[in-house]
Every structure is written in structure tokens, then in C-alpha cells.
Design a protein. Structure first.
Length: 324
């Protein structure tokens, strides 16, 4: 093993909380034939989709698969233990809005959750289905716009509804309708979760343009300014419309939840991922007590709205709200 991968492993081990053995025992991996089937789908999509669509970083199908597997692994180690601590996943009815290519669907299903995944894109749902099959798993996958949850899932109810790296890809109108629809699908005590969603209150747009302040610009300024991004797929937005700007990715803040669900200071945030990781991992806790620039920034933001939960001021929105 080379020095850099040894260092990466050591760093991961140091900053990963201990995973309960009953969870790690269910972590799976795809069969080789199943993996090749997923790769074939990614190759088909890569050939038939436009260049701007070929993964945000313009990766090859092989790189995309490695990226999906790495994200799934990270979700298993960091997100699954957090979710399971808030609501045991075995047998939980979970709606995943914007499930994409399954980096959340696979680790949730592995744990015995009954997952319904919805997404706009058929090609992504096909990849998710193949990834599940490659591990002998299955979930209900439906092509649906998140602004149609109320009609598409009428009469259903879920223990948890998750927006996992998806809310930031919706238009402003879709965000509000989707959050309202999701809230209505929860019973009292159910959890609404947002995970891996860039926070609009931070000043650097690491998620989409990789430019400072880009996500603060009004769309009519942001679209032509996208030409300054170092990412080719983002530069292509200079010739696109406002919806494409949002579909590409535009950060979110507590304001959407305030408008769609309830005033932000009244939301019952039962858990934030950052706080969970700090509680369960000493090096992360140490960083909290010896704050660097980022931590000081998060605290300064909170001082502006002291009654809003701290999790809404972290760099990524990763929190669970309980319905009263
Ligand atoms: C960055 S991907 C994340 C996928 C997955 N949750 C994950 O963590 O890997 C965002 C997904 O949200 C989906 N999406 C965006 N807007 C949507 C909408 N209005 N309704 C349903 N899905 C949407 C996209 O099609 C895409 O698959």
C-alpha cells in the first residue's frame, strides 16, 4: 500500500465513529456480474446523454462507478449510523426523494428499510435498480417529480422522508411544494431529513460553480457569470435558462423549511449529523473545542438567529426534523 492511501485510511479510521456491529454486518458489496451490469448502463447513458450531462465533473463511466461506490461507502460509514440512531432502519418505511443512482438507496435497503425512491430521471432509476440487484436487494422505484408527491403517493405514510443531496437540484417552486408534500406524508413523530445539501449561508459555492458568492447572485447575473467557473459542465450554464441553473445545483437554507413547513425557530430538529459525528468521535470533538475559521463562521451565523437550530448553520444541511 502506498504512503498516501495508508494516510487516507488512517485519517478515515480516525474521523469515523465506531459503527455498531449489527449495522456493519449488513454492509454489502455487488457481485462482479452485477457490477459489470451497472457499468454497462452507465456506458449507455454516457453515450446517449449530452456532454454537459456526463457527471458533474465530466467523468468516464468507470470513474462514475468508482465515484458512486466511494459515496455509497461514505454514506454507510457516516450517515447510516446517524439515521439508525434517530430511527432504527430495519423495517422503517422510508421515502427517498431524488434517489438518483442509489448512493443512499443501497445502504438504506441493506439495513432492512422498506425504501420507496422517487426521481425525475429514468436513467438514474435504472442504475439504482441494477445496483440493488447486484446485491440481491430490491426497493420500490418510481419516476416522479418531487412536486407531485401528494398526488403520486396519495394515501401513503412514511416513518422517514429524506431529501438526500436532492433539494439543491430543485427549482424554488419545486422545493416548497416538495417539502410541503413530504411533510404531509409523515405521521406525528415521523422524521423529515435533509442530507448533504450545501448551505446558502456559506460564502463559497463548493458544490456547483466552485466560485465564491456564485450562489448568492440572482439568476440573471449567475447565468452569464457561470462562464467564469473552472468546471466545463458549469460553464455550459452560460447559455442555459434559470431552471437549468437550479437543476445543476443551487444551495438551500432554513428559509425554504420556514416557508414550506413551519417557522424555522419552531422546528423540532432532533438530530444534526455534524453534532452526532462530534459526539461519537474524539478528533471531531477536539476540532469543535479548538475552532478553526469554518467553525467560527458557523457560530457567527448562528448568532444572527439564535433561536434557529445550530444544524441549519453548518456548511452542509444534514438534519432530521420531527413532526409534532
Ligand atoms: C445529486 S443527485 C443525488 C442522488 C442521490 N440522492 C444521491 O445521494 O446519490 C440529485 C437527484 O435529484 C433528482 N431531482 C432533482 N430535481 C428533482 C425533482 N424535482 N423531483 C425528483 N427528483 C429530482 C435528480 O434527478 C438527481 O437524481
Amino acid at each position: 500500500m502506498c504512503d498516501s492511501s495508508r494516510r487516507a485510511r488512517w485519517l478515515t479510521a480516525l474521523t469515523t465513529p465506531r459503527i455498531p456491529p449489527r449495522l456493519s454486518a449488513r454492509f454489502g458489496s455487488p457481485s462482479e456480474a452485477g457490477r459489470q451490469a451497472v457499468l454497462a448502463l452507465l456506458r449507455d447513458d454516457w453515450q446517449s446523454n449530452g456532454a454537459a450531462d456526463r457527471g458533474q465533473a465530466g467523468e468516464s463511466p468507470e470513474e462514475m462507478l468508482r465515484d458512486l461506490e466511494a459515496r455509497t461507502g461514505r454514506n454507510r460509514r457516516l450517515v447510516i449510523p446517524w439515521l439508525d440512531a434517530a430511527r432504527p432502519l430495519a423495517d422503517a418505511a422510508i421515502l427517498e426523494v431524488g434517489c438518483g443512482t442509489g448512493c443512499g438507496t443501497v445502504p438504506l435497503t441493506e439495513q432492512g428499510a422498506k425504501v420507496t425512491g422517487v426521481d425525475l430521471r429514468d436513467d438514474s432509476l435504472r442504475v439504482t435498480r441494477a445496483r440493488l440487484e447486484a446485491q440481491g436487494l430490491s426497493a420500490r422505484l418510481i419516476r416522479l417529480n418531487a412536486d407531485e408527491l401528494a398526488a403520486g403517493l396519495a394515501g401513503e405514510s412514511f416513518d422517514v422522508v429524506l431529501f438526500w443531496a436532492s433539494l439543491e437540484h430543485m427549482t424554488p417552486a419545486e422545493r416548497l411544494v416538495a417539502l410541503r408534500g413530504a411533510w404531509d406524508l409523515l405521521p406525528a413523530g415521523g422524521l423529515l431529513g435533509v442530507i448533504d445539501t450545501p448551505n446558502r449561508l456559506w460564502d463559497y459555492d463548493a458544490h456547483a460553480s466552485q466560485l465564491p458568492f456564485f450562489h448568492w447572485l440572482p439568476p440573471r447575473i449567475a447565468l452569464p457569470y457561470a462562464a467564469r467557473s473552472s468546471r466545463p459542465s458549469c460553464r455550459a450554464l452560460a447559455a442555459a435558462d434559470e431552471d437549468a441553473l437550479y437543476r445543476y445545483g443551487r444551495s438551500v437554507s432554513f428559509h425554504e423549511f420556514d416557508l414550506a413547513v413551519a417557522p424555522a425557530e419552531t422546528l423540532d430538529v432532533v438530530s444534526g449529523l455534524d453534532e452526532f459525528l462530534r459526539r461519537h468521535n474524539f478528533p471531531r470533538r477536539l476540532r469543535w473545542w479548538c475552532p478553526g475559521r469554518d467553525r467560527r463562521h458557523a457560530r457567527r451565523l448562528r448568532r444572527r438567529c439564535r433561536r434557529v437550530h445550530q444544524a441549519f448553520f453548518e456548511e452542509s444541511l444534514q438534519l432530521l426534523i420531527r413532526k409534532p
